[in-house]
Design a protein around this ligand. Sequence first.
Ligand code: CO8
Length: 252
Amino acid sequence: METSVTGRVAVIRLHRPKALNALNSTLMHEVVTAAESFDADPEIGCIVLLGSERAFAAGADIKEMQSKTYADVHGGDLFTEWDRFAAVRTPTLAAVAGYALGGGCEVAMMCDVLLAADTAQFGQPEITLGTIPGIGGSQRLTRAVGKAKAMEMCLTGRRMGAEEAERAGLVSRIVPAADLETEAMTTAQTIASQSLPVAMLAKEAVNRAFESTLAEGVRFERRVFHATFATEDRAEGMSAFVEKRTPNFRHR
Ligand code: CO8
């Protein structure tokens, strides 16, 4: 794994080229630790997760899992560490080129914004290995694309290309592969230029749509909307509009 920071944008790059970025426990621990440390840094307004041209990540490391028993995975609560990545409060963006399979697809779906290169392929092929998704694939994929496609993908292992993924609502946009990282950085910079506490609230409000009824979600949103009026950045944002200038958010 490699990390870098440009302005208010942090980048985490998965880098195990010989294994198509298969997510072994070392890589999982590195990614989660890096994401949490960027999340704790108020100078970071967006965290970008990148893979390589060929693979975002081809899943959990099958060779590492191969000889594990039920007692090993249940006793060690295998992969539960990824829940901490999903719990990051700073906005996250995954830019997927090539394979995003199994755990790779699941980690991409944990991110708030998902951009796909035209080469992207998404899938939950665990069934072909005699197992099922383990870090939210059966849940997040179903919420994103609906039961029909999620069920077929989880039962057959069929992959979804970028165009189908966009049509189905899994990704927000498709970008030519050569432009993916530039576009990811531009989008991340736009997110990071907003007020960080307000962006965190916006993220929480959208995520609430998946966990509550419409009435509860709307009530939650209303209270959070009211709460933004307690921030200095809300006052600055509206003053800047009225004064026809760019807001100078101070992230408080
Ligand atoms: N684990 C370990 N090694 C892998 C993985 C993987 N998931 N994927 C690829 N590799 C390795 C290959 O073994 C190969 O290594 P070697 O050169 O030593 O033989 C190297 O990467 C290159 O792979 P291929 O030669 O297979 O490359 P191809 O271009 O022929 O095929 C594919 C690319 C189609 C992506 C193919 O590699 C493949 O099918 N990979 C496995 C995909 C898969 O089944 N993923 C699901 C894994 S299970 C899972 O994710 C469980 C989720 C539960 C929680 C996850 C938490 C992270």
